[in-house]
Design a protein around this ligand. Structure first.
Ligand code: HEC
Length: 248
């Protein structure tokens, strides 16, 4: 069996995004280990320079401290929204508009604790409608940015592919926001996982939140399946690491 480097990377990203809930709801196990592997894998991904930003536009600075417990954000349907420039009303207005629209600068959107879209200042990256994509390592101490970038030049990805590969398929009026029925390919976890149930379970187990909401039996079951999936990939990863190390 050939384990490609690509699979190893995918595993790392999976671990990165989902170690949070698995570590919490199931036995902690080795949840920390893949998260560390993921951090090492992504390397230093800092993109502070926004050469295309329009002169005079208010900069949207994004650091680890920009992100907070999902439940302190505003919930709109399945997602949580915020605004780093204080314009949460503007963000909510677009999120609630029946016909979509362009999200205002500073908008923060999350579905999973470990993945974020931030609307940067106007002109920051027209190819992605000024959205910057992030993955986070989330612990009780807060969030650490593990990947960030303006797709497609600096693709940020999860197990399903690059963020922009799906989000750019949303119809233009939805400003790259997928939700449901906006035209993006759906997120489907393998291993017989019910994605909708798992999504809620991951949202409930955001480690940054002081009192996590109790999980239902069904949600615990889906988190268990995710843990199994991660363990299988960890085993594949370990199997691949030894021979590769010796032969290359
Ligand atoms: C397989 C396609 C796919 C990939 C790859 C993908 N997403 Fe998504 N994303 C979706 C879909 C579909 C939704 C809507 C899910 C729902 O609401 O049921 C979504 C929802 C979101 C949301 C909530 C706002 C919205 O658009 O609905 C954020 C934030 C988000 N994704 C960020 C990311 C980031 C960051 C990455 C890369 C690390 C990423 N996504 C990769 C398909 C994808």
């Amino acid at each position: 069996m050939v384990i490609t480097a690509k699979k190893v990377v995918l595993f790392s990203v999976l671990a990165l995004a989902f170690s949070v809930a698995v570590g919490k709801a199931a036995d902690a196990g080795n949840a920390e280990k893949p998260a560390a592997a993921a951090a090492a894998d992504t390397g230093a991904a800092v993109v502070p320079v926004t050469p295309l930003a329009e002169a005079g536009a208010k900069q949207v600075e994004v650091t680890d401290a920009s992100f907070r417990c999902l439940h302190e954000m505003k919930k709109v349907r399945s997602m949580y929204v915020d605004n780093l420039l204080g314009d949460v009303e503007g963000t909510l207005a677009v999120a609630n508009a029946a016909d979509g629209g362009a999200y205002p600068p500073g908008s923060v959107l999350q579905l999973f604790p470990g993945e974020v879209m931030v609307k940067r200042e106007k002109g920051a990256n027209p190819a992605s409608n000024d959205w910057e994509f992030f993955t986070l390592d989330v612990t009780a101490a807060g969030a650490k940015i593990t990947q960030r970038g303006f797709n497609p030049e600096k693709p940020v990805k999860n197990i399903f592919g690059t963020c922009v590969s799906c989000h750019s398929q949303a119809a233009p009026k939805w400003d790259m926001v997928c939700e449901k029925g906006h035209g993006c390919p759906p997120i489907n976890f393998p291993g017989g996982i019910n994605t909708a149930v798992l999504t809620t379970a991951l949202q409930k187990t955001d480690k940054r939140c002081p009192s996590p909401e109790p999980l239902t039996e069904v949600e615990i079951a889906e988190l268990g399946k995710l843990k199994k999936l991660m363990e299988a990939q960890a085993a594949a990863n370990a199997g691949a690491a030894a021979p590769t190390g010796g032969q290359q």
